[in-house]
Design a binder for this molecule. Structure first.
Ligand code: FMN
Length: 202
């Protein structure tokens, strides 16, 4: 039933976003609250409204980061595009881990994290940190940041944080970090993510 309604709404919209139409309508039957991770196992394809959300938001090009921390003396991390600055005074940034993330609860226990801004030749590194369960740090060179989180070699820059606030937001958390230290390296270009794929500036 939910699926049918979502499809009907999508068909009405296939001509593109129509002027003057309240777009809230499009999301009236959005598959919220199903208690499942739509982005996994291809489930997103069952819900055209969710697919459309992804397609439109995917047009917003971002950089790529690896967010790291320590857990019981072992490094943990995850690839993350949902990173942005929030406040200058105090200096705050945010990232959004999925509720299904295994690394996030470990970061939360540690109370700190380091955001590593990837350069354009670190695509494989991003892929390694996007895999669940794997030994993500195998063969990866890093040094401890000021908070003790892994600062990866070859990054464009890093932002080292303690956890300032955590907000629940749908199937993700919004994690706000208080910046404790940050810096830049000499890597020339950023790694980008656009329309669900990696991209480079040159
Ligand atoms: C380019 C890129 C960006 C990503 N951005 C995010 C993100 O912002 N939030 C998130 O929860 N997962 C994001 N992911 C997916 C996670 O990296 C992936 O689910 C990872 O396996 C989580 O690992 P964990 O379960 O060990 O935490 C991204 C993956 C890629 C390739």
């Amino acid at each position: 039933m939910r699926r049918e309604l979502a499809e009907n709404l999508y068909e009405e919209e296939t001509g593109g976003l129509q002027r003057g139409r309240p777009h809230a309508e499009l999301f009236l039957e959005y598959p919220r609250g199903l208690g499942m991770d739509l982005a996994r196992f291809g489930a997103i394809e069952l819900f055209p409204a969710a697919r459309r959300f992804r397609d439109v938001l995917g047009r917003f090009c971002t950089g790529v980061t690896v967010v790291t921390s320590m857990s019981g003396g072992r490094p943990v991390g995850m690839a993350c595009q949902s990173f942005t600055s929030v406040s200058l005074d105090p200096p705050l940034v945010l990232f959004c881990p999925a509720k299904t993330s295994r690394a996030w609860p470990q970061m939360q226990r540690a109370g700190h994290f380091c955001v590593n801004l990837l350069s354009h030749d670190q695509l494989e590194l991003s892929d390694a940190f996007a895999r669940k369960g794997a030994d993500k740090f195998a063969g990866v060179s890093w040094l401890p940041s000021a908070t003790g989180a892994p600062l990866l070699d070859g990054v464009l820059g890093w932002v080292d944080c303690t956890i300032y606030a955590v907000h629940e937001a749908g199937d993700h958390y919004v994690v706000i970090g208080r910046v404790m230290d940050l810096g830049v390296e000499e890597a020339p270009h950023p790694l980008l993510f656009y329309k669900g794929q990696y991209a480079r500036t040159q």
